[in-house]
Design a protein around this ligand. Structure first.
Ligand code: FES
Ligand SMILES: [Fe+2]
Length: 360
């Protein structure tokens, strides 16, 4: 589907995911960065489940329920013995599959006792986890992000803990008109809010493409690309891929390139959203460039600019979340417009996925 934008308002009904929609479980989420997982036990809450993560002796990442089956002691407060986790209360010991392989108070191990073990896949620099139906844990469902480990690209990244539901955060990423206001001096330029865009949906994916032709590049790109004072064509091709991943492919074409000068520049931006609870999100991000690979100042500029912009998004979403919660008893219907079409398509997709799990 590809739709032209009109000025007509979109009527909002009870058909979109909102802050109350349970997070989709049948999806690969980023559990951690590779370098966060080591031979130390690390606790993290993901989709309300408290998890303990570590590396087995051979380096393989392991994720287990962080709750001893005996008296609920947090296993992250225990210790590792080879590949196994020993509970710090009475010593029950679990292998990476979650089976209890030792109980010091018993003569034989109660192997019928087990805690949950979660499928994990490492694609450095990311470790992915599956929190849903084990039969559906197909690794091919992880969207492509090979440029993070490709020598032809350089990446900078970061992490935010955001006190908001993940649905408005996804909507923020599909919402390009906010660039010119919330990020006015950084990634937005005045003409960006009014530039034409196309929205399309493919299955549960939502795409929004926006073009700005023959204009100045925004500061975030103009400085590291050395395009200040030049005219560019700019395309932003953003995808809601899964409830865990949004990716934006930015292309800049230098219209004033002198002979021999570089013409095309690309930046891929990954937004990796892992719900912690109904009202909080682990937000990992990466910005990857295919230019100035050996110029650390380009990476620093991109990172500093992104940190500023994403902090503005985090602040906005946390203010919204706090206000919505404070007024939770007051009837209120938000207005939506044609410019919100991509966000509404995403909300519809998330609701369909969540409803399919509720009825399964
Ligand atoms: S609570 Fe873990 S062994 Fe007792
Ligand atoms: Fe933003």
């Amino acid at each position: 589907m590809s739709e032209a934008v009109t000025a007509a308002p979109v009527r909002e009904q009870q058909k979109y995911a909102d802050e109350g929609t349970p997070p989709v479980r049948n999806c690969w989420y980023v559990a951690a960065l590779s370098d966060e997982i080591s031979r130390e036990l690390r606790e993290r809450t993901i989709l309300q489940d408290v998890i303990v993560m570590y590396r087995a002796a051979d380096g393989r990442p392991v994720a287990l329920q962080n709750r001893c089956a005996h008296r609920s002691f947090p296993l992250s407060k225990g210790y590792l013995e080879g590949d196994r986790v020993v509970c710090g209360y009475h010593g029950l010991t679990y292998d990476p599959s979650g089976v209890c392989v030792r109980a010091p108070m018993l003569k034989t191990a109660p192997t019928y006792v087990r805690i949950q073990s979660y499928p994990v896949i490492e694609r450095a620099p990311l470790v992915w986890i599956w929190m849903g139906d084990l039969k559906r844990a197909d690794p091919s469902l992880i969207p492509e992000h090979g440029w993070l480990a490709d020598a032809g690209w350089r990446s900078v990244g970061g992490y935010y803990h955001v006190v908001s539901n993940y649905v408005p955060l996804h909507e923020n990423l599909l919402d390009l008109p906010h660039f010119s206001f919330l990020h006015a001096d950084n990634i937005g330029t005045p003409e960006y809010a009014a530039a034409p865009f196309d929205v399309s949906a493919e299955g549960n994916k939502v795409r929004i493409v926006r073009r700005v032709d023959n204009a100045a590049a925004p500061p975030i790109y103009a400085v590291p690309m050395k395009l200040e004072g030049k005219r560019v064509n700019r395309v932003s091709d953003s995808w809601f891929m899964t409830p865990a991943l949004h990716v934006a492919f930015a292309s800049i074409r230098n219209l004033d390139a002198a002979s021999g000068e570089r013409v095309d520049y690309r930046v891929n931006i990954l937004h990796l959203l892992t719900p912690e609870t109904q009202q909080s999100v682990h937000y990992f991000w990466f910005m990857s460039r295919d230019f100035a690979l050996d110029d650390p100042s380009a990476g620093k500029w991109l990172k500093d600019s992104a940190v500023k912009a994403f902090q503005e998004d985090k602040d906005a979403l946390e203010w919204i979340c706090a206000l919505v919660r404070q007024e939770s008893g007051r009837p209120f219907t938000e207005s939506s417009f044609a410019s919100d079409r991509a966000g509404l398509a995403m909300r519809k997709a998330i609701l369909a996925l969540a409803n399919a799990e509720r009825s399964a």
